[in-house]
Design a protein around this ligand. Sequence first.
Ligand code: FMN
Length: 173
Amino acid sequence: MRRVSPQELLVKPFSIFDRQWALLVAGSERPNPMTVSWGGLGTLWNRPVATVYVRPTRFTFTLLGEEPAFTLNFLPEAHRAGLDLCGGISGRDADKWEATGLHRLPGETVGAARVAEAELALECRVLATVDLDPARFLDPAIGDLYPRKDYHRVFIGEILGAWAEDRFTAKVA
Ligand SMILES: Cc1cc2nc3c(=O)[nH]c(=O)nc-3n(C[C@H](O)[C@H](O)[C@H](O)COP(=O)(O)O)c2cc1C
């Protein structure tokens, strides 16, 4: 991987989250990877941002509350089992690095670690959070996704650093 500008990135915005999934790593003292498949990449406040959605029940939610930074790591298909594990157990109960055999690299622009096995990794500092308000859901089917009423908190992260394999990039004019 090499460090790239977010402007250079060539990604499929839907399948990269919905099919590939990602590991969101938060916490610098005790970094913890959590699988996410809901999120987005875009532009806000004239900055490149990654947006993730975290339920308050997650250990990751606590870690993000302690330190407003995260990394978002997209891994090759060979690591599917690791992604399954990081989406099935909590960092409160286990060390997911040991459990998966994944390795971490120190973040260069934020305290949160990156995943060494990633093919695309983004370092983000949280610019703002928004708590989803069910009173504002216009499609009742959305409420059905929250039987425990644990509505997501939205974390909007400015992308301060991006690392990618060459196939994720294109020269920009
Ligand atoms: C494919 C997949 C996608 C997931 N996406 C999210 C997500 O976007 N937001 C979220 O809060 N939880 C999501 N989860 C659930 C968390 O990954 C899971 O609850 C995890 O164990 C929480 O870990 P933690 O307690 O260490 O933070 C997803 C799980 C899987 C398997």
